[in-house]
Ligand binder design. Structure first.
Ligand code: URA
Length: 456
């Protein structure tokens, strides 16, 4: 009998090393006892199985993907089942195509269950803010069904790269200090804080995005099973919201679609129309008077806008503010928004690097921009850069060629196109930067003049 001790419950690397040796040495699954050394990252024990020549053992990529999920399953038989599949793959590389095969079926069912658990953890984990001597520290309690904490850490690191956070679970916990991840032993629910001040805001937000007309109780409970409710601050609102739903639907039918910016903003906060909402912190909706004569449309929120939830507050926004000032335009009188309402970025180390939105993302997000325009009904729309041009004109634009020319949107609204202020920020030569800034201010003045002419 062979005994293999893995370092932790989802130790894929340890399993891979041991299983390769076992398969190469022809050890049958029934002759192996698989054990887990316990949580807390103990080193792999010496007894990692026989060291057979594993050089010839190549498995399809699909098997690796399946195994990476199955290894997280809580079933203690998972290692033996994967070992068995590896042995079977040696004689039949197409094994995974045979969905009717009992072993394949079992592994796929296990992988699906783990996949669902991973998704639930991402959707239903709620951090609560605490403070310690090093500043804010976010702590969450979660009870996963499977051993998915380590697998899910990458998601939370990408999402909250610059925060300090800890996820406590009964089996093992994860701590991110803003730079490095540590895996710690399991914890108890009582170790996690129970309330924080952000919770009241979160509940208000949930109540505002709850759409009574879309209420499907069974689907809602399938998606958000009751066992997660204990961790969700908003869950205590659900019974009341469900009870009030029919009356709210009647009121909505009487009132029609969102006709105020406040209502539209509330709806946009819950937007999941495209995948950009996943990694972004929040929807960044437009802001300004609902009857602003001038609407300025940028591309998408940047890093600062994503964190603060307001358009044009980062470096490009500061430049825009100073140019508006030079052009004699009061930003408080302008409606400022973006073609795309979520920050698209690529993570490089801890930095979130801006990525331009795709034409499909721009098209999807027009749902919000069109409604903003319908409510504000500006006299003129000023488009900053190519993405704004594409969103509003419905086609690719050549900014250098079309800049400053009087244009019309498809519904006839007068429009002007100019460069995006981030373009000005990228010009290194000071004289060229100054000249381009002056051209941009002139474009803002031209826009203001057209707004004034429209009033006459
Ligand atoms: N760039 C934009 O286009 N919009 C913002 O809100 C910030 C930067």
């Amino acid at each position: 009998m062979h005994r293999v001790v893995l370092a932790y419950a989802s130790d894929m690397e340890g399993f891979r090393r041991a299983a390769r040796g076992l398969v190469a040495a022809g050890v049958p699954p029934a002759a192996v006892i698989w054990e887990v050394a316990g949580s807390g990252g103990l080193p792999l024990a010496d007894e990692a199985g026989p060291a057979g020549d594993a050089a010839g053992l190549r498995v399809p990529r699909r098997f690796v993907e399946l195994a990476e999920k199955v290894i997280c399953h809580r079933d203690p038989a998972r290692f033996a089942l994967l070992h068995e599949a590896l042995c079977a793959l040696r004689g039949n590389r197409a094994l995974l195509d045979d969905r009717a095969d009992p072993l394949v079926h079992r592994l796929e069912t296990m992988a699906k269950s783990v996949g669902r658990d991973i998704h639930k953890m991402r959707a239903f984990l709620r951090f609560r803010a605490t403070d310690d001597e090093d500043g804010p520290h976010y702590v969450a309690w979660f009870e996963p069904e499977h051993h998915i904490v380590r697998t899910n850490c990458g998601f939370f690191i990408r999402r909250f790269a610059s925060q300090r956070w800890t996820i406590l679970t009964p089996q093992e916990s994860a701590h991110w200090d803003g730079r490095a991840l540590s895996i710690l032993p399991g914890a108890a629910r009582a170790d996690a804080p129970s309330e924080d001040p952000v919770e009241a805001i979160w509940k208000t937000y949930f109540a505002s995005i709850f759409n009574p007309a879309r209420l499907k109780l069974k689907a809602m409970q399938a998606e958000m099973p009751k066992k997660y409710w204990a961790n969700l601050p908003e869950a205590e609102l659900i019974p009341d919201l469900v009870r009030e739903a029919p009356a709210r639907v009647a009121a909505m039918l009487a009132g029609g679609r969102a006709t105020t910016l406040a209502r539209l903003r509330e709806e946009a906060l819950g937007c999941t129309l495209c995948p950009l909402h996943g990694p972004a912190t929040q929807t960044v909706f437009g802001e300004g008077p609902a009857d602003a004569p001038l609407m300025i449309v940028g591309e998408q929120p940047g890093d600062q806008e994503d964190l603060q939830g307001r358009p044009f507050v980062g470096p490009a926004g500061q430049l825009l503010d100073s140019c508006l000032c030079d052009a004699g335009i009061d930003r408080a009188q302008v409606y400022v928004t973006n073609a795309v309402k979520h920050f698209r970025f690529e993570l490089r180390g801890r930095r979130r690097i801006h990525q331009s939105p795709s034409p499909a993302e721009i098209e999807t997000c027009r749902w919000w921009l069109d409604q903003e325009r319908a409510i504000v009904a500006p006299r003129l729309v000023l488009m900053l850069g190519g993405s704004a041009g594409r969103a509003l004109l419905g086609r690719a634009v050549a900014v250098t060629r079309e800049r400053g020319r009087p244009l019309s949107l498809p519904d006839g609204t007068p429009a002007l196109l100019t460069v995006h202020p981030s373009y000005l920020l990228r010009i290194e030569n000071p004289a060229a930067a100054e000249a381009e800034r002056a051209r941009f201010v002139a474009d803002l003045r031209a826009a203001q003049a057209l707004v004034g002419a429209g009033r006459a």
